[in-house]
Design a protein around this ligand. Structure first.
Ligand SMILES: [Fe+2]
Ligand SMILES: [Fe+2]
Length: 312
């Protein structure tokens, strides 16, 4: 066993990839299951705040784009559940844990989408933050997760652009449309900053995950990268990031900015966000309503297996 663990460490040290059949420490396996499951859950719960606007888009073109985007998120969930299954868990188990509130999803999806501009803000800011978080995961030490991320990131960059384009249209429209875009930025800015997790000083899992090559950059580094990327885009839109402390620092080449209120993050994570109950209840209902599909698929697979066996 010791030799096997030596080979694990040697692979990590050489920046190689760990594959499903390789030996790995139990902690590494568990950390990945937790992280990939949480990521998969976020993709499918994330369909709800936007799915709720599909019937209310301002045009047919917007409807087609939004439907494609929401379907992409379902696909991301599927890649990720499949990646988690390579670690020896069943996706049904993971869904049960989500439904029982024992596994989390990103706290950002517990905020409501009040206006059409929110759909733009989600694409621009939420998918934008997701890209900043996920691009380094393409180099994650666990092969199946890293490979799933390559495909996910390509699609996320389309999502980010479609959100920006929605806001760009609004910002070049009437005063009322521009005000709607500003209001969306005001509400989504702080929760987006929270998507990078707690500050480094109080982040519990970060250090070990970095040593294992699962995580490549700290929460604060990624948050900074997001701010640096997003503020100039807000300038292009002509709307204002709601932070009086925001300054460009010529010397460092970075923006200094006000940290979000992390007590709000902890409250939302605990289940006290504006939409936690609604999101979970909707997910559980969708799962229950889909029971007949799973039963029919299992019955069909059983029949096919029987046919194969009798033919042999
Ligand atoms: Fe996604
Ligand atoms: Fe996305």
């Amino acid at each position: 066993m010791l030799a096997l663990m030596d080979s694990f460490q040697a692979t990590i040290d050489a920046d190689g990839r760990i594959e499903p059949r390789d030996a790995m420490p139990e902690g590494y396996r568990k950390t990945l299951i937790r992280q990939i499951a949480q990521h998969a859950h976020s993709e499918i719960i994330g369909m709800q705040p936007e799915g709720n606007w599909i019937s209310r888009t301002p045009s047919l073109r917007r409807k087609a784009i939004l439907m494609a985007k929401v379907q992409d998120e379902a696909g991301h969930g599927l890649y990720l559940y499949a990646a988690a299954e390579t670690l020896g868990v069943d996706r049904a188990e993971l869904l049960d844990l989500l439904h029982a509130g024992k596994q989390k999803y990103s706290s950002i999806f517990n905020y409501p989408t009040l206006t059409w501009a929110d759909i733009g803000a989600i694409g621009w800011l939420v998918d934008g933050a997701a890209i900043v978080n996920q691009v380094p995961l393409c180099r994650c030490s666990y092969g199946p997760y890293a490979r799933a991320m390559v495909r996910v990131c390509k699609e996320e960059s389309f999502h980010q652009r479609q959100g920006f384009e929605i806001l760009h249209t609004l910002c070049n429209g009437t005063e009322a449309q521009k005000a709607m875009a500003q209001d969306a930025l005001d509400r989504w800015w702080w929760p987006s900053l929270m998507m990078f997790g707690p500050p480094d000083a109080s982040s519990t899992h970060s250090e070990q995950s970095m040593a294992w090559g699962i995580k490549r950059h700290s929460n604060d580094e990624l948050r900074q990268r997001f701010v640096d990327m997003t503020v100039p885009q807000a300038d292009v839109l002509g709307i204002r990031v709601p932070d009086d402390g925001l300054r460009y620092d010529e010397e460092t080449g970075h923006y200094s900015f006000t940290q979000p209120d992390f007590t709000e993050l902890y409250e939302v994570v605990k289940g006290n966000g504006p939409c936690n109950e609604q999101r979970l209840a909707h997910r559980v209902k969708a799962h229950e309503d889909g029971a007949w599909v799973r039963e029919a698929a299992a019955a069909y697979a059983g029949k096919q297996a029987q046919k194969k066996a009798s033919a042999a």
